[in-house]
Design a binder for this molecule. Structure first.
Ligand code: HEM
Length: 211
């Protein structure tokens, strides 16, 4: 059997999967975002690491609030379980920020559109996917900054040992949205927009001034 005919346990052919389509479509944007994060020297000093967490909070907190307004019941996903802004808040608190400063963190004014479940699934592809690279970042901030899960590094560790399981659970839902071409298109457009808006926000020097 050729690799292209290989079927995953959920019956989706690997090469036809919406996940692979999104991975390819967003590769350039992922690489750009990775470089942008490096350019902030986030793993060099605690100050720059804290600045990155503030930027991520300004994106995740309002975006999660928007996603939580939707009815996820048809997807079978427990969105609350996948929200991570409380981890950013816990990390920032650990790093010395008080609750007033955290409440005042500026929200990204140009969030990705997520008014339908297919769009929200595209947004979630990016947010959930970041937990994969997050495992590498988690190890790096531990070795370079001495920051662990209990000392300001809970966001990047996120699901920790359950990362693979959580990702597979999400991919099952994603693949269901790949059966219909128009729906798949909405998911892909939202994933691309999410990468682009997150990069624009992280690269925005005005947003960084608050940090
Ligand atoms: C907030 C920033 C980031 C976002 C939104 C993000 C998003 C994503 C997404 C959506 C995927 C899944 C791709 C797929 O379908 O397989 C992914 C995977 C991955 N990311 Fe990132 N990423 C971010 C930062 C980083 C950084 C800084 C690194 C480098 C340390 C990184 C390394 C990786 C790696 C190695 C994978 C593949 C993991 C695997 O297949 O097991 N990411 N990321």
């Amino acid at each position: 059997m050729s690799a292209s005919a290989f079927k995953q346990s959920n019956g989706v052919t690997e090469t036809d999967s919406l996940r692979m389509r999104l991975r390819t479509a967003t590769q350039t944007d992922h690489d750009r975002l990775e470089k942008l994060m490096e350019s902030l020297d986030f793993a060099v000093t605690l100050e720059s690491y804290t600045s990155l967490l503030l930027l991520l909070l300004g994106f995740h907190r309002p975006l999660e609030a928007r996603l939580l307004e939707l009815d996820w019941s048809e997807t079978g996903l427990d969105l609350k379980e996948r929200c991570k802004s409380h981890l950013l808040i816990a990390d920032l608190t650990h790093l010395g920020l008080d609750s007033d400063s955290i409440a005042r963190v500026r929200n990204c004014p140009h969030l990705p559109c997520a008014s339908t479940i297919p769009e929200a699934v595209g947004v979630l592809y990016v947010l959930e996917g970041s937990t994969l690279g997050g495992q590498l970042i988690s190890r790096r901030i531990k070795s370079e900054l001495g920051v662990s899960e209990v000392s300001g590094g809970s966001f990047f560790l996120a699901y920790g040992g359950k990362t693979g399981e959580m990702w597979r659970g999400f991919i099952e839902v994603l693949e269901r949205h790949g059966r219909d071409a128009a729906t798949a298109h909405l998911v892909e457009a939202a994933a691309l927009q999410t990468f682009q808006r997150l990069s624009a926000w992280i690269g925005d020097s005005d947003a960084r001034k608050q940090c």
